[in-house]
Write a protein that binds this ligand. Structure first.
Ligand SMILES: Nc1ncnc2c1ncn2[C@@H]1O[C@H](COP(=O)(O)OP(=O)(O)OP(=O)(O)O)[C@@H](O)[C@H]1O
Length: 252
């Protein structure tokens, strides 16, 4: 296995295309996310957010272009190198992925299976994320007995239990009210400061109270329409009818 080169960049996409059948769903996307950075990937239904998340998670290969995580080109990694790289990434996909035959605790421990950790350390890691995500007392529950918001918290806890360096969170507000999302972001901010966690979260709009210290990328029909902070986005809106369509659903 090739040693991971030292890089400041958590994710780098270079001229990425993704074709779904004859449809060009991602159309030349280039993007770089630094370690410790929070990026909100915003766009309407069908913009390509999930496809992009899947590429960054190494679940799909692009039709063209390069996807690099921590400096490593995913196309060049063998199975063992890809497994090692996945340990640095936590993923929450849009349509839930909890295993219903397992308890909450068993679901949480899944990412730790291949790590050299003893039972004690695993139990400590599980307790920590359960407390952080307000899941105390739910370890023996079945996922199907939980509310949508609770299931979402379990998915986030599972994505964070192995202390990844990059969190990919597709569907930021799915099942979670704005106050819960803000609470979870406060936890993520701490991890961002303490150990350089990078976060890439997708949503249909820019949630109030989140965008201030994040970079925003607006995606529409597989292309990046805008990249910048929330102030710059606000200033750009009066001049940019295409952005107003996407952000406000109103070209007015
Ligand atoms: N498996 C698939 N088969 C056919 N088309 C697909 C498939 N997956 C994605 N697409 C198409 O690719 C485009 C991008 O889809 P994607 O799911 O990435 O959008 P999205 O921005 O995540 O949307 P949403 O906000 O609704 O989740 C859409 O036009 C979608 O119809």
């Amino acid at each position: 296995m090739v040693a991971a080169p030292i890089s400041e960049s958590a994710v780098q996409l270079t001229d990425v295309f993704q074709h779904v059948g004859s449809h060009c769903a991602l159309d030349g996307v280039s993007l770089r996310v630094q370690c410790g950075e929070v990026l909100l990937l915003v766009g309407p239904n069908g913009a390509g957010k999930t496809l992009l998340t899947r590429l960054m998670a190494g679940l799909d290969r692009p039709s063209a272009g390069a996807v690099r995580l921590f400096g490593q080109d995913l196309a060049e990694l063998d199975e063992a190198a890809m497994t090692a790289l996945r340990r640095r990434v936590g993923v929450v996909m849009q349509r839930g992925s909890l295993l219903d035959g397992l308890t909450v605790l068993e679901n949480l421990l899944l990412p730790l299976r291949t790590l050299p950790m003893d039972r004690e350390a695993m139990a400590r890691a599980a307790r920590l994320v359960m407390t952080q995500l307000l899941l105390d007392g739910m370890e023996n529950h079945q996922p199907r007995s939980l509310s949508l918001g609770q299931r979402r918290r379990v998915e986030l806890a599972r994505a964070l239990i192995h202390q990844p360096r990059l969190l990919l969170w597709d569907g930021l507000t799915d099942g979670l009210d704005p106050a819960s999302v803000r609470d979870i972001f406060a936890i993520l901010r701490l991890q961002q400061e303490l150990r350089g966690l990078a976060v890439i979260a997708t949503d249909n709009g820019v949630m109030q109270g989140l965008g201030e210290s994040a970079r925003i990328v607006v995606l529409d029909r597989g292309r990046i329409l805008f990249e910048g902070d929330q102030d710059t986005l606000r200033q750009a809106l009066p001049e940019r009818i295409d952005l107003r369509y996407v952000i406000e659903g109103n070209p007015g």
